[in-house]
Ligand binder design. Structure first.
Ligand SMILES: *[C@@H]1O[C@H](CO)[C@@H](O)[C@H](O)[C@H]1NC(C)=O
Ligand SMILES: *[C@@H]1O[C@H](CO)[C@@H](O)[C@H](O)[C@H]1NC(C)=O
Length: 234
C-alpha cells in the first residue's frame, strides 16, 4: 500500500498543469480519499504533503467513500452520491477480487438523451444529477443573469469557475462573482466518484491522470508491469 501512496504523489506532481490562482496541481484524489493536507504550503500554494496514513490501515471487508468506512451491506445515503448521478449504493463483497466494493445504480437524466431545445435553459438544484425542469421563451427572458469569468448564465444554470474546477454554483439573482463562493448557499464542491465507480484502481496501485481543467481524475493507470499481468480485471 505504501507504493500506492508514493505513485499517487509522483503522478499528481507531473499531472497536467491547470490554470488556477490557487494550488495549480491536481490534488482532488487526496482529499477524496480522506488524506490530510499539511498546513505547510509550497511557494505555489500547494500543501507540501498529504498524510495518507489511514490508507495503510484499510480492511478488505469494508468500503471507503470520501474518507469514511462502510460495513458490508451498509447503504450510502443517496444525498452523498446523487450529484455523481448514482443512487442506492451499498457495500458488497466482490468474491472474485476478495475485496468489498460499492454497488450503485446509475441515474439517467432525460437531458442525457434529448437534444437541447432552442430558446430553453435547463434549471438545476444544488447537488442534483438531473435538471428539475426547463425554462423557455418568456420564462427564460425573465430569469436573472449571472456572470462568471466573462461567461453569462441564466438563473438556475450550473456555473463553472475557471480558477476552481471543483466548484459549482447555481446562478441566483443574489449571486455576485466578487463574493466568496461559500457565502452563496447554492455553491458546492464537486465530488469525484472514483471510489464508487472504480474501487479496484486504488487497491491495485493505479495512479490518477488528470486532463485539462477537470476536477476529477479522468482515468487511472496501472504501472506497466502490473498492467500486463492484471489488465483483465480492471
Ligand atoms: C498522519 O496522521 C496520523 C493520524 O491520522 C498521525 O498519527 C501521524 O503522526 C501523521 N503523520 C504525519 C507525518 O503527520
Ligand atoms: C458585487 O459586490 C461588489 C463588492 O461587494 C460590488 O461593488 C458590486 O456592485 C456587486 N455587483 C453586483 C452586480 O451587485
Amino acid at each position: 500500500m505504501r507504493s500506492t501512496i508514493i505513485i499517487i504523489a509522483i503522478i499528481a506532481i507531473i499531472g497536467a498543469m491547470r490554470s488556477s490562482a490557487k494550488c495549480p496541481q491536481p490534488t482532488k484524489h487526496y482529499t477524496t480519499l480522506g488524506c490530510e493536507p499539511s498546513d505547510e504550503l509550497s511557494v505555489e500554494g500547494c500543501p507540501r504533503w498529504f498524510n495518507c496514513s489511514t490508507l495503510a490501515h484499510r480492511f478488505r471487508d469494508k468500503c471507503y467513500l470520501y474518507g469514511k468506512a462502510y460495513e458490508l451491506h451498509e447503504h450510502v445515503p443517496d444525498g452523498k452520491v446523487k450529484s455523481s448521478c448514482l443512487a442506492l449504493c451499498t457495500c458488497q463483497m466482490n468474491a472474485r477480487r476478495g475485496v468489498a466494493e460499492f454497488h450503485c445504480a446509475h441515474i439517467d437524466c432525460p437531458e442525457f438523451l434529448t437534444p437541447h431545445r432552442t430558446g430553453c435553459v435547463r434549471q438545476y438544484r444544488t447537488n442534483d444529477c438531473c435538471a428539475s425542469r426547463q425554462a423557455c421563451g418568456d420564462k427564460r427572458s425573465s430569469l436573472a443573469r449571472c456572470t462568471v469569468g466573462g461567461v453569462s448564465y441564466y438563473e438556475g444554470e450550473r456555473m463553472h469557475f475557471p480558477d476552481d474546477p471543483c466548484l459549482t454554483c447555481i446562478c441566483t439573482q443574489h449571486f455576485n462573482e466578487s463574493d466568496h463562493p461559500f457565502s452563496h448557499t447554492k455553491c458546492y464542491t464537486n465530488e469525484c466518484a472514483f471510489e464508487l465507480i472504480a474501487p479496484s484502481v486504488l487497491t491495485n496501485g493505479a495512479a490518477p491522470v488528470y486532463y485539462g481543467d477537470r476536477c476529477c481524475p479522468w482515468e487511472w493507470r496501472l504501472q506497466e508491469f502490473i498492467f500486463k499481468k492484471k489488465v483483465k480485471w480492471i
